[in-house]
Design a protein around this ligand. Structure first.
Ligand SMILES: Nc1ncnc2c1ncn2[C@@H]1O[C@H](COP(=O)(O)OP(=O)(O)OP(=O)(O)O)[C@@H](O)[C@H]1O
Ligand SMILES: [Mg+2]
Length: 310
């Protein structure tokens, strides 16, 4: 069942002398218990989409349903299902301690009493900040601040969590911590929608991926399908022969590794591979080895954005 349904979302920012069509008709759904990732270059409309779901910006067109509730009609009921982490470190109070932040934002979310007390301990444990509870938030590392922001979002224990670039600006170690946290949340059955540039994060946690550019959907599919779509078409050719070495550059990436000459090609169809094979034959270049290779998600993303299918 869908936890989140977004249909025909449009948002244009209008200022005195400028109109920016940030989101130009985006539709997608997120299944219950799924990790759904929105990918897109800078300015693609990721943050606007997330803000529009939360009604922090009001889209001029489109519908958002949260657990089947139309958010434009029943906002408070719909928002009970959602919590969000937007620009993590800016949304915490730097002059309050970790513990005070959690209490404060808990109150704002309408929590209190024993429930809040228990949740604060639970989320502190979950984000591994229990021993930092009395530190000022402003004194924490960027990674810890992000974990505090996540902890705040977890307080109300909502079924759906939205995160805008949760690993932005974090070092490798902190990113891994956040990544592991998201995996643990998914295992608990939470529905997670995140936007990111972090391909490792997508590779490790996403079930389905939405790639957007210029406010429009380029593709939306299971991560495996996106990877497979390109996997079939990427080949590594190990060969011998000096003379025509440089010539091969026009077909793909050419390099040497452990004394071997390698040509890596990405193909639209098999015909292209045969053409390359013909070239090898014609020039009598000996092929030692040919294999289908896995390209990483970053390349897949770049390919989709370049090919610009909208
Ligand atoms: N408040 C605003 N007023 C005017 N234009 C805006 C506003 N917020 C965003 N935009 C513009 O809308 C477009 C989409 O921005 P958005 O922040 O949604 O993209 P994004 O995919 O989150 O980008 P990034 O990767 O840089 O975070 C951009 O062209 C941006 O400049
Ligand atoms: Mg953004």
């Amino acid at each position: 069942m869908e936890a989140l349904e977004v249909e025909g979302l449009k948002k244009t920012y209008v200022s005195k002398n400028k109109r920016v069509e940030a989101v130009r008709g985006i539709s997608f759904y997120v299944n219950k218990g799924e990790v759904f990732s929105i990918l897109g270059p800078n300015g693609a409309g990721k943050t606007t989409t997330i803000k529009a779901i939360l009604r922090l910006v009001i889209p001029e067109e489109g519908k958002v349903h949260v657990n089947r509730i139309d958010i434009s009609k029943h906002i408070s009921e719909a928002l009970k299902n959602l919590s969000a982490v937007l620009e993590g470190n800016r949304n915490i109070h730097w002059k309050m301690t970790v513990y005070e932040n959690l209490r404060y934002f808990g109150y704002i979310r309408g929590l209190g009493g024993r429930f809040l007390k228990r949740r604060v301990e639970e989320v502190l444990e979950f984000v591994e900040l229990t021993d930092k509870r009395n530190e000022l938030a402003g004194k924490l590392s960027r990674g810890m601040q992000q974990r505090l922001a996540i902890a705040i979002a977890l307080l109300p224990d909502t079924p759906i969590i939205l995160l805008d670039e949760p690993t932005l600006g974090l070092d490798v170690e902190s990113s891994i911590k956040v990544r592991e946290m998201l995996i643990r949340l998914a295992k608990k059955g939470k529905t997670i929608l995140l936007s990111t540039h972090d391909m490792h994060l997508v590779e490790k946690v996403a079930d389905r991926v939405l790639i957007i550019n210029n406010g429009k959907v380029i593709v939306c599919d299971k991560k495996e399908n996106l990877i497979n779509a390109f996997k079939k078409k990427a080949y590594k050719i190990v060969f011998e022969g000096e003379d025509h070495y440089v010539d091969l550059k026009k077909y793909g990436k050419l390099y040497e590794e452990n004394g071997e000459k390698i040509l890596e090609v990405q193909l639209e169809n098999m015909e292209e591979l045969y053409k390359i094979m013909d070239y090898f034959k014609e020039k009598q270049i000996e092929i030692k080895h040919l294999e289908s290779i896995m390209i990483n998600f970053e390349e897949i993303f770049v390919n989709f954005v370049r090919s610009g299918r909208q």
